[in-house]
Design a protein around this ligand. Structure first.
Ligand code: SAM
Length: 246
């Protein structure tokens, strides 16, 4: 059994500041949290056995520091395989679901990707590792602002975070190679589907407010739509013109 203790001060040019240091109590000894080891455990022992095996996705999940995208008080839980609260009644998704959605999109380095539901910015960072550019829309302004800070402080300058109703997309930048919706929609938003390139892919959790199917939607080169279910899931609601009303 391990427990986490948070203490610490640090002197900077501006004086002394408290600083969050994570320690693990292991066999009676205090050890600093080793994020790399925790990430390795999560990816090797939990995600890969569950089918997250695409090498580029795995590399992206190693690269993005999840602890930088969650509230400081939850820092010690950064590499648990579960969603976490990020404020405003919203969540950062479970790492397995992030891996599954990213893998299903098959993101190429030349891709232009649209994400609906920036939240913490973590999923956008994973996409930014793989794609050319990521547009990400968040309806809650304070989350959009925080996500921008999280992303830019980590050097993800190929992500553009926009505050607004993502169900309407960003038609000015359409069409997109890939679209990912990270909140639960009552159905596939028609506007977003029309912004997807022929030959493009979309992942979207669709269903009722409490349980959804994680759908992979593929638009063939001739424009035909093919849908398949990746798994059952539970997301916070997509609220907007082509989502839930509240
Ligand atoms: N992708 C996020 C991450 O990596 O942290 C997690 C997203 S969280 C599960 C869902 C997000 O969708 C919330 O931040 C919520 O505010 C946002 N959302 C809900 N409806 C939206 C809409 N119409 N447009 C944009 N964002 C929306």
């Amino acid at each position: 059994m391990r427990s986490i203790i948070t203490i610490g001060w640090e002197k900077t040019g501006l004086g002394w500041f408290t600083r969050k240091l994570n320690f693990t109590l292991s066999n009676g000894r205090l050890m600093a949290n080793d994020w790399e080891k925790e990430a390795e455990y999560l990816i090797e022992r939990e995600l890969k056995p569950e089918g997250i095996t695409d090498e580029r996705v795995v590399a992206a999940m190693y690269s993005v520091k999840r602890e930088k995208f969650i509230p400081g008080s939850l820092g010690d839980k950064a590499y648990g395989n579960y969603p976490l609260p990020i404020g405003e009644n919203q969540t950062i998704s479970q790492p397995y679901i992030v891996g599954l959605m990213t893998q299903a999109l098959d993101v190429k380095s030349s891709d232009k990707v649209l994400e609906i539901g920036t939240g913490s910015g973590y999923q956008a960072a994973i996409l930014a590792e793989l794609a050319s550019v990521v547009y990400s829309i968040e309806r809650i302004e304070i989350l959009a602002t925080r996500a921008r800070t999280n992303l830019y402080s980590q050097g993800y300058n190929n992500v553009i975070v926009v505050h607004g109703d993502g169900t309407e997309g960003l038609p000015g930048y359409a069409p997109y190679d890939k679209i990912i919706i990270t909140a639960a929609a009552p159905d596939i938003p028609e506007s977003l589907l029309s912004h997807l390139k022929n030959g493009g892919k979309m992942v979207v959790p669709a269903g009722d407010r409490f349980v959804q199917d994680l759908l992979l939607v593929e638009k063939a080169l001739n424009g035909r739509i093919y849908k398949s279910s990746l798994c059952g899931c539970r997301f916070v609601p997509l609220i907007g013109k082509e989502g839930w009303k509240d």
